[in-house]
Design a protein around this ligand. Structure first.
Ligand code: ADP
Ligand code: MG
Length: 697
């Protein structure tokens, strides 16, 4: 095969030094291989011509054939536009231009047959197409099949490197590589996955002859992309597991059993039991556990964490639980300390505001092994903290911790401790597989009994009177209320003012009740005082920013009001909502917005009102925002620079890719078989520049 990766594009017919420089700069395309892997972003089916009477508002780009019957220029100045009536005898559609009016009028003639190409829109009963592509009939008939469209930048367009020009360059490129391109998957995988050959796939991704072969080409290329991603992630996990091994927790001992029989205030849910069995199997296996525990807010993850830590303690190891905020760490500490009191264990709390003297004592107890369980924040992973024998580290609400921080915990021992990562942001399975391919996943998919589903209501700002009346009713029944304001870094100052105004306003509206306020800019001590007011029930209403998002548990709080709900993402709204509905009472979540909302926002709010299911919400979030924006993926270190696969949509292909990658590694963990030589080469090629984060987790 010709080595396309070392052939400079500037020598291609139709490219030359100037265009090559543009392609370098704008699209990062240097070699013929880079160019070949620059796929079209859409295709237009020119094999079919529609009739105007068939058009509805939901169609993609379509092709019509007919005549322009009139032109009309409407409006003045910047609002000026050109419209043309276009008919094919079955109906009439309006063509609209906002730019290049003079050019269009001169170029296109009345009573001449054209093909018109574009996306139809419906306004009331009228149809139109804005900035259509228009060609004389003869020009079109020569290019049947699907027409590829390539993304180009503004700068490229001004230098005449538009999609059409890219198409031509691709064609020229293809002419220079007449020999078959070599295959990049072993024959048995091609057969198993039922994909077409690489050569055929590449040709048809650029020049598809039919929608059917295009689908096959896309399937092949998506599969390959996801397959190598999975192979890479899984390879390091398997290697690491074999190399490092883990502590074996031989027994379920006295401490665990006494806790289970004497201290547990309620029956475990079946889901909690199942997950504990999964963890038990891991920590007893001699391999290091790396497990992600997903469970919706309020599903009882803390208890699972605690009981896992007791397994460690029973086997003579220390355990720690790391939380993302001080408030949360403190709350965990209090809950856990109370629960294990009868067992006589030493439980310590280590956070940024632990006093120096106390801190030294704790550091010392950790070293001597006198501390059994440590709960804390980032303070736990500081270099000055050393354990005598850390056997299990639990990380709560993982999306605030990056992979690098996880890795720091590993190094606190000669052997890495078992790791349990807990998250209430349910990551869709497909995403978890890609981002945390190295973690096994457990799910708590059942809430403790007796919870009533939270009712969610979307309300407009101008209905505050009614809202206050129902708030009052709730407080009279002894309930407490959260009011949350957005606080976003860039507009911090005005947001803070917004929050403080809201606080004053609520104080004035509810003079007979106590209102407290918490936000991230407060000193920890102040925050603590205000939080305590609410937790103890002294304050009836808490006005806060999203600092209360994570983990805070006040079962008596039954109403969550979210101001400017349009400014929050779906997952965040769901997290906030999870702060209520923890007791036996009916709880409510009120999403406040103004009337002016974008389409996307409306969709988000509708989803929130419709469902309480965290997984459904997170799937929807993934669909609406794309994986790059998902909470947690940014810090996770994986670059979502997939060329063709889409994590949100290609779940089935991902699963297939993962299954086959697993099969490969079970058969040949180090990829030394001759038939797998190709895999090794491809991995080296694909991942040579990327930092391999799998190595450290
Ligand atoms: P999360 O999964 O959001 O961290 P928590 O662990 O904070 O949830 O648990 C939420 C509440 O449910 C706590 O008050 C906890 O005591 C309670 N809880 C946990 N497990 C059970 C159970 N099996 N039965 C009843 N209540 C439970
Ligand atoms: Mg929690």
């Amino acid at each position: 095969m010709p080595d396309l990766s070392s052939r400079d594009i500037k020598f291609l017919p139709g490219v030359g030094p100037q265009k090559a420089a543009l392609l370098n700069k704008e699209l990062n395309i240097f070699s013929c291989e880079d160019l070949l892997f620059y796929y079209p972003y859409k295709y237009i089916d020119r094999s079919r011509t529609y009739k105007i009477c068939e058009i509805d508002g939901n169609m993609p780009y379509i092709q019509l054939r007919g005549f322009i019957t009139s032109f009309e220029t409407i409006g003045e100045g910047r609002g000026r536009r050109l419209t043309a009536l276009f008919t094919d005898g079955t109906g009439t559609i309006e063509l609209v231009w906002f730019k290049g009016i003079k050019f269009i009028i001169e170029k296109y003639k009345l009573q001449t047959e054209y093909t018109v190409f574009g996306k139809p829109n419906v306004f009331g009963s009228k149809l139109n197409i804005a900035h259509p592509e228009i060609d004389p009939i003869e020009a079109i008939d020569k290019s049947p099949g699907l027409q590829p469209y390539y993304n180009t930048t503004e700068k490229m367009k001004t230098h005449f490197l538009n999609s059409k020009a890219m198409q031509k360059i691709m064609y020229n490129l293809w002419q220079t590589i007449p020999e078959a391109l070599s295959e990049t998957l072993p024959a048995w995988i091609i057969a198993r996955a039922q994909v077409i050959y690489k050569n055929e796939a590449l040709r048809n991704i650029h020049f598809p002859q039919s929608p059917d072969i295009l689908r096959k080409a896309q399937f092949r290329l998506k599969f390959e992309e996801l397959f190598y991603l999975q192979l890479n992630i899984l390879r390091f996990t398997k290697l690491q597991q074999r190399k490092l091994g883990g502590f074996r927790f031989e027994i379920i001992g006295d401490i665990f059993n006494r806790f289970y029989h004497e201290c547990l205030p309620f029956e475990l849910t079946n889901a909690q039991k199942r997950v504990l069995r999964e963890i038990r199997a891991d920590v007893g296996s001699g391999k290091q556990m790396n497990r992600l525990l997903q469970g919706d807010v309020g599903s009882g993850k803390t208890l699972v964490a605690l009981m896992s830590m007791l397994m460690a303690v029973d086997n003579g190891f220390q355990a720690c639980l790391m939380a993302p905020t001080e408030i949360l760490a403190t709350q965990h500490f209090e809950t856990i300390n109370k629960l294990v009191k009868p067992l006589g264990l030493q439980v310590d709390l280590l956070t940024g505001s632990t006093k120096k003297k106390e801190r030294e004592l704790i550091h010392n107890r950790l070293l001597t092994g006198d501390t059994h369980i440590t709960i804390g924040t980032h303070a736990l992973i500081e270099d000055t903290v050393n354990f005598s024998n850390l056997g299990l580290a639990v990380i709560d609400e993982q999306h605030r911790f990056g992979v690098a921080q996880r890795a720091k915990l590993w190094k606190k021992n000669n052997k890495p401790p078992h790791v349990l990562v807990m998250t209430a942001t349910p990551i869709p399975r497909t995403l978890a597989m890609t981002v945390y391919g190295d973690l096994d996943v457990s799910v708590i998919d059942e809430l403790p009994p007796g919870r009533k589903p939270i009712q969610t209501i979307h309300q407009y700002d101008n209905r505050r009177g009614a809202l206050y009346a129902s708030m009052r009713k709730q407080i009279e029944q002894g309930r407490q209320i959260y009011i949350v304001y957005p606080l976003i870094q860039e507009s911090e100052r005005s947001d803070l003012k917004n929050l403080e105004d809201g606080f004053k306003h609520i104080q004035e509206a509810f003079p007979e009740y106590e209102v407290c306020m918490v936000h991230g800019k407060m000193k920890p001590v102040e925050k603590e005082v205000e939080m305590k007011k609410f937790i103890s029930g002294q304050a009836h209403i808490m006005v806060a920013t999203t600092v209360i998002e994570v983990g805070v548990n006040v079962p008596n709080a039954s109403v969550m009001i979210i101001e400017n709900a349009e400014r929050f993402g779906l997952s965040q709204l769901h997290q906030l909502r999870g702060r209520v509905g923890r007791g036996a009472d009916q709880s409510y979540c009120i999403l406040m917005t103004s009337h002016k909302l974008s389409e996307d926002t409306r969709k988000r709010l509708e989803i929130m009102v419709r469902t309480n299911d965290g997984f459904e919400i997170s799937e929807a979030d993934l669909q609406l925002r794309g994986p790059g924006d998902m909470d947690g993926t940014q810090q996770s270190g994986i670059a979502f620079d997939l060329k063709i696969a889409n994590i949100a949509k290609d779940g089935q292909i991902l699963q297939l890719a993962r299954d086959i990658a697993t099969e490969v590694l079970e058969k040949d963990p180090e990829l030394i078989l001759t038939e797998h030589h190709i895999l090794k080469l491809q991995l080296q090629k694909i991942f040579k520049k990327k930092f391999n984060w799998s190595l450290i987790s």
